[in-house]
Design a binder for this molecule. Structure first.
Ligand code: MCA
Ligand code: AMP
Length: 504
């Protein structure tokens, strides 16, 4: 037996003195030092009594140690559950409880606030701070830097990533070792990653993009990462001359384009720019090529599937498309009503099948059955077509979802909160174009008969429950919501009405 994910991504680099991480302060972390930290953390997990298959939830800032927690979970066979650092205690509480996490790692500054969350869920609370210190680090400091890797099968779970649903209730997507490993290997090959690559990494590491796509690919290739705490234009331009590749959400690209420092000379050392997590406007793609000579490579993925399609490394990277299905991954367009496959060129729902597709939603067999067909095809909820050259185009969504700056926001979750506010009869939450975030959130409210709505009071009230990035940028009060003959709220009409709200 072995542990395919750990053996390939981590153990393969044992003893290497070469740089794995370049840090913002100019220091570096070698592969060897990083793996020592991983092993000490894995020993600490075992010392706490965690067993293979147990879950560890982590709401911690981006740091080399945070990345080492991921490695330690893989080595110890523990299922890693990273959480957005913007989530409120109320939001986190659901994930920790629902996953049955035995350990919950948080930042020391938030531990007082989150103690009740851990206690309620029966999880052990430990801290890990952005500078690498904390009670979990202390536990690990006395541990040896060798750990006997726990045997795992490709079908065993490696991570849970929560993704919201149209009902407003988040679902834990169960990702196996094979899901993560197959995708990392496929992408490393497709995008020609090698040990000389230096990836400019400014994404958060609690989502698929920053953790699995960016980090796992670099680990497969044995390259190095410029590991920045967050996206910051000065840091990006400062480090760019030392990087060979960058991955980002469309907001990264529009922000780079908005800065006069983006020139062909500034990116002369780069061989590849990748974009994903949200639609990249064709206009952004073209402007970037005009300014730098680089055609951004756009790809398409999901939490449940990792990456499904990619524009070609060699060959035309077509603006407004997400390229071709990756090797080993099937993609079909089907009729949403019948599930039957549609001819090339017709718009329908996108379904995918392959080793990248997750195992199902944690303890939600009905939800899993609704989206994951018995024949292995996953219904993505995205609408698209395959053009006459085989390029996949995403034309819309069959699910009520807003993507703001690469973060997914499910209107239902916000509507449920708004509907509970004083004076509110009902609400509709929509996404409208935003020059920086791609889309931004607007809440449309209807008052109860004879009541008035205090928008400021509502904004303040929902602030403690809802992560900042999900909060409506604007609340508007209307007499009634537009409905069709069936009584369904016409969100398309609302989006049309408010589309100019954030125009440049
Ligand atoms: C921050 N804020 C936001 C967002 N981010 N508001 C709306 N949408 C956002 N995405 C708010 C904060 O709450 C704060 O509000 C203010 O903006 C400044 O916060 P700061 O942290 O300084 O923000 P920023 O540096 O401007 O961040 C914008 C960002 C960041 C760089 C675009 O959101 C980001 O790194 N996004 C990447 C997300 C990502 O990795 N997605 C991948 C998902 P206030 O001032 O009011 O307090 S994985 C996925 O989707 C699939 C699998 C795939 O295909 O990859
Ligand atoms: P998540 O559930 O956070 O993994 O978000 C996945 C969703 O992001 C997909 O279902 C798409 O709607 C969207 N997405 C990801 N990449 C792209 C892309 N390149 N173009 C358009 N939408 C994308």
């Amino acid at each position: 037996m072995a542990n395919p994910l750990f053996d390939t991504l981590f153990a393969a680099h044992a003893g290497k003195k070469s740089v794995f991480l370049h840090l913002a302060d100019g220091s570096t972390r070698s592969y060897d030092a990083f793996l020592g930290q991983v092993a000490r953390f894995a020993n600490a997990l075992a010392a706490m009594g965690l067993e293979p298959g147990d879950r560890l939830a982590a709401q911690i800032d981006k740091s080399p140690e945070a990345l080492a927690v991921y490695g330690a979970c893989v080595q110890a066979g523990v299922v890693f559950l990273p959480l957005n650092t913007a989530y409120t205690a109320e939001e986190v509480s659901y994930f920790v409880e629902n996953s049955g996490a035995r350990v919950f790692l948080c930042d020391g500054a938030r531990s007082e606030n989150l103690k009740a969350v851990a206690d309620k869920a029966g999880a052990r609370l430990e801290t890990l701070n952005a500078n690498g210190t904390g009670s979990f680090f202390d536990l690990s400091a006395v541990q040896p830097d060798h750990f006997k890797t726990v045997d795992r099968d490709g079908d065993d779970l490696a991570a849970f990533l929560y993704t919201s649903g149209t009902t407003g209730r988040s679902k834990g997507a169960m990702l196996t070792q094979t899901n993560l490993l197959s995708n990392a290997q496929t992408l490393a090959k497709a995008w020609r990653f090698n040990s000389d690559d230096v990836l400019l990494h400014a994404l958060p590491i609690f989502h698929t993009h920053g953790l699995f796509v960016a980090t796992n690919i670099t680990l497969v290739a044995g390259g190095s990462i410029i590991f920045l705490p967050k996206f910051d234009l000065d840091a990006m331009f400062g480090w760019m001359p030392r990087a060979t590749t960058m991955m980002g959400v469309p907001t990264f690209y529009t922000r780079l384009l908005g800065d006069a420092r983006l020139t062909a000379e500034a990116v002369a050392h780069m061989r590849l720019f990748v974009s994903g997590s949200a639609p990249l406007l064709a206009e952004t793609h073209r402007e970037f090529t005009d300014r730098t000579g680089h055609a951004i490579l756009e790809r398409y993925g999901m939490t449940e599937t990792n990456m499904n399609t990619s524009n070609p490394y060699e060959g035309e990277r077509l603006a407004g498309t997400v390229g071709f299905p990756l090797p080993g991954i099937e993609l079909v367009i089907t009729d949403p009503a019948t599930g039957r496959e549609l001819p090339q060129g017709e718009i329908g729902q996108i379904e995918v099948r392959g080793p990248n597709v997750f195992k199902g939603y944690w303890q939600m067999p009905e939800k899993t059955a609704e989206e994951l067909r018995e024949n292995g095809f996953f219904i993505t909820g995205d609408l698209g077509l395959i053009d006459d050259r085989g390029y996949v185009q995403i034309v819309g969504r069959n699910k009520d979802l807003i993507i703001s700056g690469g973060y997914n926001i499910y209107p239902k979750e916000i509507e449920l909160l708004l509907d509970d506010q004083p004076g509110v009869l009902e609400s509709a939450v929509i996404g409208v174009p935003h020059p920086d975030f791609g889309e931004s959130v607007i809440g449309v409210l209807v008052a109860k008969d004879g009541d008035t709505i205090d928008s400021d009071a509502i904004k303040a009230a929902i602030g403690s429950s809802l992560a900042r990035f999900k909060q409506p940028q604007r609340l508007v009060v209307v007499n009634e919501l537009p409905r069709n003959a069936m009584g369904k709220v016409q969100k398309a009409q609302l989006r049309e009405t408010y589309k100019g709200t954030f125009a440049k």
